[in-house]
Design a protein. Structure first.
Length: 136
């Protein structure tokens, strides 16, 4: 995925690039509850190409990495919740615990969901140190 932005500020080793926000609801703002008053996105990047203030730069992110990240953030926690629910349901049947089966299933689903969020957090910290963007 490529986006073209403008360098709006610069310090010794980093630049702040401003991009026009692409809306998911189209160009007719007000169709959703999101505040669209600021129609820009800003990203701070290492200035590896010696970009100057006012320059237009193209920032590229690997599409495969973007899809994996979207899966991990949106789909993985939901799958973990469902797996945890069914795991808790099966575990309660085997162990014959003196707790309501649905409540136990829900609690194990929430535990699995929490583990999923921890995994997403670890992934986020791991990839934030890598350079997944290229600037042209």
């Amino acid at each position: 995925m490529n986006k073209v932005g403008k360098v709006v500020s610069k310090n010794k080793h980093q630049i702040k690039v401003e991009f026009a926000r692409s809306t998911s609801c189209g160009e007719k703002c007000g169709g959703c509850s999101k505040d669209c008053s600021d129609r820009t996105q800003k990203l701070i990047l290492d200035n590896i190409n010696a970009a100057e203030l006012g320059d237009h730069v193209t920032v590229e992110i690997d599409s495969g990495f973007l899809l994996k990240s979207a899966f991990l953030v949106y789909i993985f926690p939901l799958l973990m919740l469902i797996v945890g629910y069914y795991f808790g349901n099966s575990l309660n049947k085997v162990l014959l615990l003196p707790i309501n089966q649905e409540v136990f299933s829900l609690l194990t689903g929430i535990v699995f969901l929490s583990v999923a969020f921890l995994i997403v957090n670890i992934f986020d910290k791991k990839v934030s140190t890598k350079k997944n963007l290229s600037i042209n």
